[in-house]
Design a protein around this ligand. Structure first.
Ligand SMILES: Nc1nc2c(ncn2[C@@H]2O[C@H](COP(=O)(O)OP(=O)(O)OP(=O)(O)O)[C@@H](O)[C@H]2O)c(=O)[nH]1
Ligand SMILES: [Mg+2]
Length: 408
């Protein structure tokens, strides 16, 4: 269930509610009870005197963080809200999206709850965005004046650098002008966020926003990444894997990109195919039935990779055996179709065998890709709305409905 409360309770005056030009600071928290008091103190010292603000915590904690916030907020001269989620859908990214949706002001600043992001920069981020007419202002550790001093240990620095490089290479155009796509500290105009398009997965919500919402006008402000004030880091190897899945999902969002990945996966299928053929013929099987059996090994291999890497979030539209059966049929039909097609191109259109084979390979490949999308992984009528995002936004938007459904 989503608990929501606003503090000071009953004391929110109209003048305190942010108007356009004000900022909503969204802070995702997971067990940050040792940090939130200090964070609110820092915000009080550096933000409301320069820019009207409100703070929205989106909390997935299992400790007493919401209580600590409630208590500390009594001393804050701005509204503080806690959205506590008992179902942490989408992890950190999902929390941030929920906070952005709840924001009432034009500008939203997202920052961590462990004091690694200096709140004194909040007014500057918004002012820079206003001056530049930008939709997104990233606080960057990687431009002149910035630093990642608080990134603990050379291992974390290396991982962060590698992830930044990989991400920038995969999205050179969309991330043009963003030196620090991994930053968790940024200001975005509320109107630029297409919350319904977002499918946040884990940590990297800025990446998700920059790639899917494509805010118009991006600029950066340097900042020094501080040491964590207290408490424990939540980044882990598991988060790392989630991040790679997130990258794969973002990169294969367009049909052309999906077709390229489909082709690359298909090419890796030669390996189990040839190995199988070798093993079966070595065991004495005639090469023709061996070809057929070995081909099924390649099909199974491709199916596994495609399920894991390409259509991970579209598996729930059909049962496993249904998907596997359809996939295998398409893969074998591809083989059966290729020979008559080559014969047609050579016999009827007078093509040479080599270009005819190449053309047939490409044609059957495209047909197989389109067939796989349409017949194996397309949402079925009535199941369309049940994608992760839709389920997530419904539960998040309407806590009563979410509760009713869980109880049912
Ligand atoms: N709501 C919510 N917040 C989360 C979740 N995971 C992490 N956070 C918060 O997201 C922010 C960033 O997490 P950190 O663990 O500090 O990650 P990090 O800054 O990369 O790691 P450190 O440098 O070690 O602090 C913190 O405010 C966390 O409390 C989550 O699942 N849900
Ligand atoms: Mg941190």
């Amino acid at each position: 269930m989503t608990h929501e409360f606003t503090v000071p309770e009953g004391e929110v005056r109209a003048a305190e509610i942010p108007e356009p030009g004000a900022v909503t600071i969204v802070v995702p928290t997971f067990n940050e009870s040792a940090n939130v008091r200090q964070l609110l103190r820092q915000i009080t010292d550096s933000v409301p005197g320069r820019l009207p603000c409100e703070v929205v915590f989106v909390d997935d904690s299992t400790d007493d963080t919401p209580d600590v916030i409630r208590e500390a907020a009594q001393d804050c001269p701005y509204p503080v809200t806690v959205l506590h989620r008992e179902e942490p859908v989408g992890g950190l990214g999902g929390a941030v999206v929920e906070g952005i949706k709840a924001a009432g002001s034009d500008w939203v600043v997202v920052m961590d709850g462990d004091c690694q992001h200096p709140p004194s920069l909040v007014p500057e981020l918004v002012a820079t965005g206003e001056l530049a007419g930008a939709g997104l202002v990233v606080a960057s550790r990687y431009i002149k004046g910035g630093s990642r001093a608080g990134l603990a240990g050379s291992y974390r620095v290396a991982v962060s650098r590698g992830a930044t490089w990989l991400t920038k290479s995969l999205f050179p155009r969309r991330l043009h002008g963003i030196s620090d796509p991994m930053s968790g500290f940024f200001a975005i105009r509320r109107s630029m966020v297409t919350a319904d398009l977002l499918k946040p997965l884990g940590y990297k919500i800025l990446l998700e926003l920059a790639v899917r919402s494509r805010p118009r006008g991006v600029t950066e402000v340097p900042f020094v990444f501080q040491d964590r004030f207290a408490g424990e880091s939540k980044s882990s190897a598991r988060e790392g894997l989630r991040f790679l899945r997130h990258l794969a999902g973002l990169r294969t969002a367009s049909p052309v990109a999906r077709m390229v990945v489909f082709g690359l996966i298909g090419a890796t299928g030669f390996l189990p195919n040839l190995l199988g053929l070798w093993a079966l013929t070595a065991a004495g099987m005639h090469y023709l039935p061996a070809e057929i059996v070995a081909n099924q090994l390649g099909v199974a291999w491709n199916f596994l990779l495609i399920e894991r890497l390409l259509f991970r979030d579209r598996r729930h539209f059909r049962r496993l055996w249904d998907r596997l059966g359809r996939f295998a049929l398409l893969a074998n039909a591809d083989l059966l179709l290729r020979i008559p097609l080559i014969a047609l191109l050579v016999g009827r259109f007078g093509m040479d065998a080599l270009p005819a084979t190449a053309l047939a390979l490409v044609t059957t490949f495209v047909l197989r890709f389109v067939g796989t999308e349409a017949l194996v992984y397309l949402p079925r009528r009535g199941l369309r709305g049940s994608s992760t995002t839709a389920r997530e936004s419904r539960v998040n938007d309407n806590s009563d409905r979410g509760t009713a459904r869980r109880a049912a």
